[in-house]
Design a binder for this molecule. Structure first.
Ligand code: PEP
Ligand code: MN
Length: 351
């Protein structure tokens, strides 16, 4: 349920509505609109609440939200959310690109990948220190040491860092080093973990589960948002279908649909969707053309020697080519690739 305030409602009246919502035992969530304020009411709402809140001073209308996800919904917040990470803005009309190795291996490789991502105009460095692997015998990441390697690459290049957190017990540790916490496809319905990243105060990149419906994915986002964390970035990374010729099936339909249903920024991951480096560029461009706000792409200086996902990783040269094509496409459709990251090279703490 949302309480839509009158355009001329005073600050005191908005605060009064928020207080009344809390006194009735619900959670409130304020949205500062361009024209008017809206206050979302969270919890098990009942029909009579429409009248109880409707009589409060400054209230224009009280509207029940039809979708099961509320804070993630455009019904509650029609304005595009822009997630700010240092100088990078994700969402709101331009294209942001995150690139880097699947898993953090050596400091040299991660630095080389980070330099390549930056040189090509990429905005954020990706890399996994905690790796969810199908087999327990595969390389599962360097853990905390990997976080330090990512932090060193950020210190040199200035690129903010996105990295996966797999366990609720590690959220504080990963949040200390990362600029964006990634929730992987396999953990996208791990509700304890979603609660914890919701409380972390850090932006969260939420992958779609490989078997999640769009509604389940947006409800996963709702977990994070319900803790007051407004900085959620969605990522379509392919779903499981009958097709086995590619690793997953990139659900291009989901992009325009989710952009309609939700105000949250949405990026595409063509690397995990296809599993094949030579399909990454066309699927990346399809994601942008369909309305994605950016990309997450695997880049490795020497894909043949990557400790995970080498077959889907771009070389620096192919990443630069993808960036060129993305710029051409972005300009053609009026959603340009965001300017290259130009912060002077200097050591910088996680924001
Ligand atoms: C990743 O981006 O490192 C990853 C493991 O992707 P996903 O969770 O989408 O499989
Ligand atoms: Mn990977």
């Amino acid at each position: 349920m949302i309480v839509v305030m009158k355009t001329n409602a005073t600050e005191n009246q908005v605060v009064g509505v928020q207080k009344a919502i809390r006194e009735l035992g619900f959670k409130d969530h304020r949205i500062h609109g361009e024209e008017r304020n809206v206050v979302a009411v969270l919890g098990h709402v009942y029909p009579e609440l429409v009248d109880e809140l409707g009589v409060l001073e400054g209230v224009d209308t009280v509207v029940r939200i039809s979708k099961p996800f509320k804070l993630a919904s455009r019904e509650v917040n029609p304005y595009d959310t822009i997630v700010r990470v240092g100088p990078v803005k994700i969402g709101g009309g331009s294209i942001v690109v995150m690139g880097g190795p699947c898993s953090v291996d050596t400091e040299e490789n991660v630095l080389e990948a980070a330099r390549a991502v930056k040189a090509a105009g990429g905005h954020i460095l990706r890399g996994g220190a905690f790796k969810p692997r199908t087999s327990p015998y595969a390389f599962r990441g360097h853990g905390e040491k990997g976080l330090h390697i990512l932090a060193a690459a950020r210190a040199e290049t200035g690129l903010p860092v996105v990295t996966e957190v797999m366990d609720a017990r590690d959220v504080q540790l990963v949040a200390k080093h990362a600029d964006i916490l990634q929730i992987g496809a396999r953990n996208s319905q791990n509700y304890t973990l979603l609660d914890e990243v919701g409380r972390s105060g850090k932006p969260v990149l939420l992958k779609r589960g490989m078997s999640s419906t769009i509604e389940e994915w947006l409800l996963a986002a709702e977990y994070i948002l319900s803790h007051g964390n407004r900085d959620v970035i969605l990522c379509e990374r392919g779903i499981r279908t009958f097709e086995t010729a590619t690793r997953f099936t990139f659900d291009v339909n989901a992009i325009p649909l989710v952009k309609k249903l939700s105000h949250l920024p949405l990026i595409g991951d063509p690397s995990h969707a296809t599993g094949k480096w030579d399909l990454v560029e066309p699927v990346a461009l399809a994601a942008i053309a369909a309305g994605a706000d950016g990309l997450e792409v695997e880049v490795h200086p020497n894909p043949d020697h990557a400790l995970s996902d080498g077959a889907q990783s771009l070389t620096p040269k192919n990443f630069a080519k993808l960036m060129d094509r993305a710029r051409t496409l972005g300009d053609a459709i009026g959603r340009p690739v965001a300017p290259a990251y130009n912060e002077p090279v200097a050591a910088r703490k996680a924001s």
